[in-house]
Design a binder for this molecule. Sequence first.
Ligand code: GLN
Length: 281
Amino acid sequence: MKADERQLGVRSEELGVGIFSPLTSHPSQEFYWLASYALGVDVATLMARKDFTPDELAKLKAVFSRREAHEPLQYIMGVADFYGRDFEVGPGVLIPRHDTETLIEAAKEIFEPEKVFKFLDWGTGSGCIAITILLEFKGSFAYMLDQSSEAISYAKRNLAHYELNDRAEIASAIHEKNFDLIVSNPPYIPSGEIETLMPEVRDYEPRSALDGGEDGMNFYRLIFSQAKEILKPGGYIILETGNATQVTTLKFFDDDFVFVKEFFDLGNFLRCLLFKFKGRD
Ligand code: GLN
């Protein structure tokens, strides 16, 4: 028996699926999360168990079969961690990435915690970026924009969960102006690269949250052109970025904006750019 089997007292053959195959770099951790989710008990209780009823084995088999088909762990469990907080997620909404927390660090670089400001989160998805900014900056107000009705339904539930309904509006079109900040993790993957993504992303996450057109730049172009109409002079744009070519292009993209700073994610990958709007003559 392998370590997981021994600790849990159950053999993979009993479940009828190869649940101990290396699904990720942390199969063991995933194993416990999924098993504890499937049986509705915490990990400590789970590890103290010696055997399982046929009903419990069926429940374990059901979740491990989904994971073996590469369904993301977060979709199965219905929750993802972002900046140390839980966000409800599921099919139809992009799973928050820890790399995207870099955008929050960029916001902390430009605004003091007590700063009063209003911002637009362009392509809010689950709402993880906007909600985190609202929670980290008590004087902020969010406009959360998304085209996807599925994403909006998750964003609404996450906003309600954190009791932030009176500090945000969720919409599918922009009706406001004079923003202090636009923040966005737009779709930026070049269309031709979508097929090369890992199956968890390619086969399960919404294409509309990933595909940025031929060069991956479609949404950056849209954001910069719209930003001139809706940002205050001196306002900021914080963008998540994909590859190095995009970064180089974006730094000198538009003369109405000054490139201020770049930020690196946990893997030391350039992940975020900060711009300041000069204002228009
Ligand atoms: N970072 C995501 C990924 O690699 C892509 C998110 C996006 O396109 N904004 O899957």
